[in-house]
Design a protein around this ligand. Structure first.
Ligand code: 5GP
Ligand code: ZN
Length: 137
């Protein structure tokens, strides 16, 4: 997709700071980092989101995340790393080409990935789980 910024970065048409690259992925620095070293894993092929992602590429992404996260932790000496992936505007997705964030975290840093813990009524969690499970293919 020529009008997709991440397709253009993934293909090399637009230059970026590259950490890692293979036939399926390019891992680059996020242009507006939550913290220095914040990286994004881009698929080379255009998928808008997780729902569109092909199985064979899906099976490889965690291995790339693990490898890059280990290198980031060693180099940045961060205390932790968030692996984050947004699907849809409601979930915070702003670039509609599938990507995974690797965000270095430090004790008492100013990065906030939070939600207010909710609660289930008796049996509600099991009911929802069973309904979702019934849709698995
Ligand atoms: P999302 O909100 O879709 O999960 O994340 C999109 C991310 O892409 C944001 O963190 C944003 O800073 C980053 N981003 C947007 N445009 C560019 C760009 O042109 N180059 C790079 N390296 N990152 C970008
Ligand atoms: Zn794209």
């Amino acid at each position: 997709m020529t009008n997709c910024i991440f397709c253009r970065i993934a293909s090399g048409e637009i230059p970026s700071s590259v950490i890692y690259e293979d036939e399926d992925f390019k891992v680059i620095m996020d242009i507006a980092p939550a913290a220095k070293g914040h990286a994004i894993i881009l698929t080379k092929k255009h998928f808008a989101n997780l729902f569109e992602l092909e199985e064979d590429v899906a099976g490889k992404v965690l291995s790339v995340a693990k490898k890059v996260a280990a290198a980031m932790k060693e180099e940045l000496c961060c205390d932790g790393i968030n692996l984050l992936q947004n699907n849809g505007e409601a979930a915070g997705q702003t670039v509609f080409h599938l990507h995974f964030h690797l965000i270095p975290r430090y004790k008492d840093d100013d990065v906030h990935i939070k939600w207010k813990p909710g609660r289930y009524e008796d049996g509600e969690a099991a009911d929802i789980a069973a309904k979702i499970a019934g849709r698995l293919i």
